[in-house]
Write a protein that binds this ligand. Structure first.
Ligand SMILES: [Zn+2]
Length: 442
């Protein structure tokens, strides 16, 4: 089916970003087939369905390169005992209980709810990291089904860790990676791992063997807290990145999440091996773990993307958080204006391309038909030259009206079409207290 998304302000992004007024994006099936002046597109594609985008800005769909769908049901839950005083306690008292308390129904719903959020926020591609030790085998299939129903793209993996049983989750990754194979552009697979401090050399070697044979990357949390670095230094006499590099986890398909507590030599390894890093500023601030040396990483040529780490699915908010955090952390109001948007708009597209093999992140002929269409009437002139100012101070607060992924309209007029939001939220409100109760007994 051919569709004209017409009369909007189209911001193409890509190497030569263009801002086109009264413009139209034409999609055919899963691809963008033309971009140009509204009148001309109407003449060239008179039979196409039309979606009016006047008063709106059309951008490529947003990409989140690190998410945890499974964290959904923890929202509003009370945690017994004293508040966690550090990162390891946060894991032990909260997240390592949440994942164990999830049953089959919870896994499905706790994927569906953030998928709704993704659509609501124009996020059309997600790289997720899943854990549910009490219902592990087959859990990625449940999430895959939810993603397919929602209509966005997702790369999925299961979090391998030795913390419950040795090498827990290896088989689920291996099975799912084989099933997905080269992927169909909508679902991709990675090999998921928790973090250095919960993984033995033997488990890491086993995982690297599977990942290499299948040609997929490793998706692992790296030096999120100082505790991870200290553990690696004391047990292996190596910083975390060195340890993981020695065991073969680095590489251009791999994603090292966080990298808060790394030194210069570790940054050099990341750059030399072309390993992607994903920065999650809101999560780092929430867990009070420290500040990723973002500007240094970028200066060394490391590809750094932007994720939410399960904090939400709104990537513009995450971008602005990165912008504010690095200005404050560097005590320098000259920085992060270019870098924070770069993580979201360019680097996330490059990281997603490595996973999906698709040229995401640009509105141009032949590119995937993934669009985020936002209500935004610029109060000052908007052009290529000042787009970032509008992005950071205006679009960040604009509401997404229409979300398109793989050429399908998933939300229009702020109504989600691919899923029943009301029913799913009601069901989740029913199941969450049961999950909380099971969690208290762990
Ligand atoms: Zn994470």
């Amino acid at each position: 089916m051919t569709t004209r998304f017409e009369n909007g302000i189209v911001i193409t992004l890509g190497e030569k970003n263009r801002v086109l007024y009264n413009a139209t994006v034409v999609t055919d099936s899963e691809w963008i087939t033309a971009v140009g002046a509204a009148g001309e597109m109407k003449r060239r594609f008179p039979q196409a369905e039309s979606v009016d985008c006047s008063g709106k800005v059309v951008l490529p769909g947003f990409i989140c390169t690190h998410h945890h769908f499974y964290s959904t049901m923890a929202r509003g839950m009370s945690i017994p005992g004293e508040p966690a005083a550090n990162f390891v306690q946060i894991l032990e008292r909260l997240w390592w209980k949440v994942d164990r308390a999830l049953d089959e129904q919870d896994i499905l719903l706790s994927a569906q709810l953030p998928l709704l959020d993704c659509i609501r926020n124009g996020t059309t591609t997600v790289i997720d990291h899943h854990a549910s030790p009490s219902f592990r085998d087959g859990s990625l299939d449940l999430i895959e089904n939810a993603v397919r129903q929602a209509g966005i793209r997702a790369s999925l993996c299961y979090e391998v860790s030795d913390r419950n049983i040795p090498a827990g989750g290896v088989a689920e990754n291996e099975r799912f990676i084989k099933k997905v194979g080269k992927g169909d552009g909508q679902i991709a697979a990675m090999l998921g791992l928790h973090a250095s401090f919960t993984l033995s050399d033997a488990t890491l070697e086993q995982c690297v063997g599977i990942a290499r044979q299948a040609g997929v990357g490793c998706h692992i949390h790296v030096a999120e807290d100082l505790a991870d670095r200290q553990d690696s230094l004391s047990r292996y006499k190596l910083p975390v990145v060195n340890r993981l590099d020695r065991l073969g986890l680095t590489g251009e398909k791999s994603i090292f999440v966080h990298c808060v507590h790394i030194d210069e030599s570790e940054m050099d390894i990341l750059a030399a091996t072309n390993t992607a890093v994903v920065h999650n500023p809101e999560s780092n601030m929430n867990n009070a773990v420290g500040v990723t040396p973002l500007l240094k990483l970028l200066k060394k040529g490391v590809l750094v993307g932007l994720g939410t780490d399960g904090m939400g699915s709104d990537m513009l908010v995450q971008m602005r958080c990165a912008y504010l955090l690095h200005r404050l952390a560097n005590h320098d109001p000259r920085v992060a204006f270019l870098e924070a948007p770069q993580l979201l708009l360019q680097n996330n597209a490059l990281i997603a391309q490595r996973q999906f093999g698709l040229p995401l992140g640009e509105i141009a002929e032949g590119r995937p038909a993934d669009l985020a269409i936002l209500d935004y009437q610029p109060p000052t002139p908007l052009s290529e030259a000042n787009f970032l100012g509008h992005l950071i101070f205006g679009l960040v607060d604009a509401t997404v009206d229409t979300t398109v992924c793989r050429g399908k309209i998933l939300m229009q007029g702020k109504k989600i079409l691919s899923m029943d939001e009301e029913r799913l939220a009601a069901r989740s409100r029913e199941l969450a207290p049961q999950m909380w109760k099971r969690l208290q007994e762990l």
